[in-house]
Design a binder for this molecule. Sequence first.
Ligand SMILES: Cc1cc2nc3c(=O)[nH]c(=O)nc-3n(C[C@H](O)[C@H](O)[C@H](O)COP(=O)(O)OP(=O)(O)OC[C@H]3O[C@@H](n4cnc5c(N)ncnc54)[C@H](O)[C@@H]3O)c2cc1C
Ligand SMILES: NC(=O)c1ccc[n+]([C@@H]2O[C@H](COP(=O)([O-])OP(=O)(O)OC[C@H]3O[C@@H](n4cnc5c(N)ncnc54)[C@H](O)[C@@H]3O)[C@@H](O)[C@H]2O)c1
Length: 454
Amino acid sequence: MKEIKHYDVFVIGSGIAGQTAAKFCINKGKTVAIADNRAYGGTCALRGCDPKKILLQFSELLHTSQLLTKKGVSKMPKIKWKTVQKFKSSFTDSIPPNTEEDLVALGIDLYHQSPVFQNKNEILIEGKLISADKFVIATGMIPLDLKIKGQEYLKVSDDILNLKSIPKHATFIGSGYVGMEFASMLAILGCKVTIIEKGARSLTAFDPFLVETLVNYLKTIGVTFIYNAQVTSIEKLKKNFKVNYTLQGAQQSIKSRKVFNTAGRVPSINMLDLDKVNVKFDESGVVVNDYLQSVSNPNVFACGDVSSKALPLTPVSGLQGYVASHNIIKDQSKVFTIPFMPSTVFTNPKLSSVGYSEEEALSRFKNVKIYKGDASSWYNARKENNPVYAYKILVNERTNEIVGAHLLSTEAHETINIFSMAISQKMTVSEFKKQMFTYPTYTNDLKSMLQDED
Ligand SMILES: Cc1cc2nc3c(=O)[nH]c(=O)nc-3n(C[C@H](O)[C@H](O)[C@H](O)COP(=O)(O)OP(=O)(O)OC[C@H]3O[C@@H](n4cnc5c(N)ncnc54)[C@H](O)[C@@H]3O)c2cc1C
Ligand SMILES: NC(=O)c1ccc[n+]([C@@H]2O[C@H](COP(=O)([O-])OP(=O)(O)OC[C@H]3O[C@@H](n4cnc5c(N)ncnc54)[C@H](O)[C@@H]3O)[C@@H](O)[C@H]2O)c1
């Protein structure tokens, strides 16, 4: 086969990480190509954060109305799911053509297949042998393969986002971000939800006190949680599916209309044949150094969810694309350090976190002051007739600096950003309390959370 083209940089994956890297390199005068084996635009814009938030606002609207039923709302809004889906598609449909147009206008060549590495400098794609000086792997993550009998009946997050109607009942396997967000959404929309989780609790990266408060609330709106359970197989019945699982040694089963695999996501690297180019990888992804360069092949960079240094969130993936491309243009010019990254689970209510967990803070600092409470009796929760509002703030007692914040509320996804700034600016409790905020707001409540008990 004849080599037909050479590029300075070949990027694999058109999500936030890949696009950021490709655009940076072309703007620095490099010849650049990008490949994707699915529609251009990546997970966040097409199959993740953005379409999810469009759907979630409808369950939120319903939830707000449900809470206010006896307080003046007499009729629930009727959600026309087909119209909701059309509205969502009006955002997602235009992304692939617009992304391609945008990249082509910059002078980037596009390919529509997974490349397969042939040797250190060459890949095979669309039947062509192509060489490049540097490769950027930005292929993101895909759902974990559960390897159980009947796994072909399992649906994944892409399918939830494209649901044609709300199922009567659904079972989720796994209670991480994806499982919890969609379980909360479907339960509010009238679906009877069961979550089967192999671990002892949900959302292990989040504060246990707040997760427990969230789980207890979700139970009241129709979500059943089964912990420490191992799903063994899925069977197809006439209308439903039967999920078989073991719990405390006993075989159990549950029937439901849909079964969703929300058991986690793994790096998308299988199709690339990385062994051929001496690119080391493991279950965390392509193993990279602080320059996001493969530890075993310096001509290969990896950024975003697929890199071993990933924190699989959109802003971090974008940052990694930027760092990797800097290092392609100028060798070892930028180091990747994980930023103070706030994160939200978009359930009802939302669970947000930034900085150290209680466990991390206690192991790091000699004395930690913990401001923790149930704020459901505070004005903001009461005006929504909302039974859930809680927080935990961690302070290094020696310096009085805020080092961690964990919030569970309707507005936690916004207010957590205030703590993010405070922590990155090393603000002390007294400095924070001097700030003036608008009233009556959830932001203003943050100062009350830092009140010492009399
Ligand atoms: C349901 C869901 C909801 C989410 N919600 C949020 C949220 O609210 N906030 C947040 O911060 N993060 C969220 N995330 C995570 C976020 O979407 C990712 O962190 C982010 O999209 C990663 O960007 P990336 O560029 O690294 O990878 P991706 O956006 O996944 O892009 C990778 C691209 O590579 C392509 N690709 C894969 N394999 C190959 C191959 N072999 N050859 C060619 N192309 C390939 C894929 O088709 C894809 O287009 C969510 C994820 C999911 C699944
Ligand atoms: N709001 C957001 O920012 C957002 C939303 C969705 C996804 N994401 C990102 O995507 C990543 C992946 O999220 P996710 O929810 O797919 O994975 P996750 O790792 O957060 O959760 C997976 C859950 O499934 C459980 N599990 C694993 N195998 C199982 C099995 N066989 N049976 C039952 N339970 C099983 C795990 O114990 C865990 O609780 C996250 O780490 C996050 O960074 C972010």
